[in-house]
Design a protein around this ligand. Structure first.
Ligand code: HEM
Ligand SMILES: [Cu+2]
Length: 564
């Protein structure tokens, strides 16, 4: 055995055990892999890189706001910083985050399949992500952009002096294809490759969430793609589609943009809700309450999400009738969202709650997402939105949903599936310390923004009046605290890869199929002799704690016969 082999075996598994990480070696074996697990990890690495980059821009923006005047950068640089922050976080990190990284790794394992339906297409999606990201880097190299991540016309099409606009828009266009192809793949996989005995209602709830997300990705993303091409055409050729000076209509751009971008917020939050269902069930060691309600509420959110885009345009001059209708439909989305929250709470009721890091993130999600969701109601009400539109209240609202929601669920999922992915445990004490910093820092960053926003602090302003100073300083301190938390977490996870204890098959006592195969799983996901069968997905009677090895074993084989 060579030294590298020895290290790898030391790193990833028991002596002699082959798994998807060590069965082939070398960079090329990764770059040409068709294995969904490896592709999931490649996405994970890329997405964490994008999160770091977006985080850097966030810290820049927050640092600038330490004083009401110029702190570290001029106005033009400031405009670039918040644009790049938003664009990188949305297009490179949060939209692909859970589906492409966690979803790719988990989906086939959770339905007992060997891979996704179209492995080559899956690899191609990853390369498209990398190509799209390269265009973003090109945009930076060409001097950046300052349009805001929303690329509103006519500023983006006729006035912004920056060369980075077209490459960034084209990058987002390509990333859209990556997203669409992943969605096609997931739909086909869920339809055709479920384990014997796994009917639709024996699928784990994360799978339902990925299914609903895939529908949105396929139906909404093409609209964004066309819009972005039109924007490029307008900017390059001054055709007169969106610029009123050329006879175009800027509000048309907003309609197109939000027809995609509102459903896109559900592309961000639905997979997160799916992860949270797994986290809360496992952390409570109790069957998830109201399985069908949670499953169908995902589908309901996916459908309703297409009918509300006009709530972003109450002050754009759209008719009051249109505004009223958009407002009403927006309120109805609160129903399926609340259904989920109530079901998670009912799952915990009388459960044997164990505060693992995964569960802590799950609980934080419920708390923080509720604040994010409830503050959406005043924004969905026309009379109050006229006052709150384009203030820091909106910035606080969407960060409570996107960071408190999606990012927390992503981190919870990462902690939950980490032992399965790498076959290594991490130090739970230090990861809880990181969680404290992230959770407290997050609230300190964004809660003051609700207050200053409702008092009139506009978003995207470089300078501010003295009365907002204390809020801005608190917010920036919160951002630094989050940074400390994320750096701690990075150390915890890197240390786990190098020195972590070997992970057992099922460290958390979860019941879904991925916890029946080795950690890390073999290349083919399951032992050929012991292929999984579907059954009741959340029957916690099936697993029993084993104190000698500190893991859980299956006491009853999963079979469709058990289903009641
Ligand atoms: C983790 C710490 C974070 C901090 C401190 C932070 C801070 C900020 C700040 C200061 C702004 C600028 C507001 C303005 O000038 O109008 C902003 C905007 C924004 N952030 Fe974050 N952010 C963080 C994380 C995230 C994450 C994870 C996401 C992705 C979901 C995100 C998405 C956005 C978006 C979409 C905008 C709007 C940009 C625009 O107005 O063009 N942020 N953020
Ligand atoms: Cu919306």
């Amino acid at each position: 055995m060579t030294t590298t082999q020895a290290t790898l075996t030391g790193l990833y598994g028991m002596e002699g055990e082959t798994n998807y990480i060590n069965h082939q070696k070398g960079l090329w074996s990764w770059l040409s892999t068709l294995d969904h697990k490896r592709i999931g990890l490649m996405y994970l690495a890329c997405i964490l890189g994008a999160f770091g980059l977006g985080g850097f821009f966030a810290i820049m923006v927050r640092t600038e706001h330490l004083t009401g005047g110029e702190t570290i950068m001029g106005a033009n640089t400031y405009n670039q910083m918040f644009t790049l922050h938003g664009a990188v976080m949305v297009f490179l990190f949060i939209i692909p985050g859970i589906p492409a990284a966690l979803g790719n790794f988990c989906l086939p394992l959770m339905i007992g399949a060997k891979d996704v339906a179209f492995p080559r297409l899956n690899l191609m999606s990853w390369y498209l992500w990398v190509t799209g990201a390269t265009f973003f880097v090109l945009a930076l190299a060409l001097g950046g952009l300052d349009t805001g991540w929303t690329f509103y016309t006519p500023y983006s099409s006729s006035h912004s002096p920056y060369m980075g606009v077209i490459p960034a828009v084209f990058g987002a266009f390509i990333l859209g294809f990556s997203s669409i192809l992943t969605a096609v793949n997931f739909l086909a996989t869920i339809h055709t490759l479920r384990a014997p005995g796994m009917g639709w209602f024996q699928m784990p709830l994360f799978i339902w969430a990925l299914y609903a997300t895939a529908i949105i990705q396929i139906l909404a993303t093409p609209v964004l793609a066309i819009t972005l091409l039109l924007l490029i055409a307008e900017r390059a050729l001054q055709i007169g589609i969106f610029d009123p000076a050329l006879g175009g209509d800027p509000v048309l751009f907003q309609h197109f943009f939000w027809f995609y971008s509102h459903p896109a917020v559900y592309i961000m939050i639905l997979p997160a809700m799916g992860v949270v269902s797994e986290l809360i069930g496992t952390g409570s060691h109790k069957s998830v309450f109201g399985y069908k309600f949670i499953a169908f509420s995902s589908i309901a959110i996916a459908i309703l999400g297409f009918l509300v885009w006009g709530h972003h345009m109450f002050v754009s001059g759209q008719s009051t009738l249109a505004g009223t209708i958009f407002s009403l439909i927006t309120f109805t989305i609160a129903i399926p969202s609340a259904v989920k929250v109530f079901n998670w709470l009912a799952t915990m009721y009388k459960g044997a709650i164990e505060l693992t890091p995964g569960m802590l993130y799950g609980l934080s999600f419920i708390w923080v997402f509720s604040i994010g969701g409830l503050t959406g109601l005043p924004l969905a009400t026309m009379a109050t939105d006229v006052h709150l539109h384009d203030t820091y209240f909106v910035v606080a609202h969407f960060h409570y949903v996107m960071v408190g929601g999606t990012v927390f669920a992503f981190l919870g999922g990462l902690h939950h599936w980490w032992p399965k992915m790498f076959g290594k445990m991490y130090n739970q004490f230090w990861s809880v310390v990181a969680w404290v910093f992230i959770f407290v820092g997050f609230n300190l960053t964004f809660f003051p923004q609700f207050i200053m926003g409702s008092r009139g602090m506009p978003r995207r302003y470089w300078h501010y009046l003295p009365e907002f100073h204390a809020y801005h300083v608190a917010s920036t301190m919160g951002a630094y605290m989050q940074l400390a938390g994320f750096l701690t977490l990075a150390v915890v996870l890197i240390y786990s890869l190098m020195k972590g204890k070997k992970a057992p098959v099922n460290p958390w006592g979860a019941t879904t199929l991925e916890w029946q195969t080795n950690s890390p799983p073999p290349f083919t996901n399951f032992d050929e002799a012991n292929m999984p069968v579907g059954g009741e997905p959340y029957d916690y009677e099936n697993v029993e704690y084993r104190p000698e090895t500190n893991d859980y074993i299956r006491v009853r084989p999963q079979s469709s016969a058990e289903h009641h």
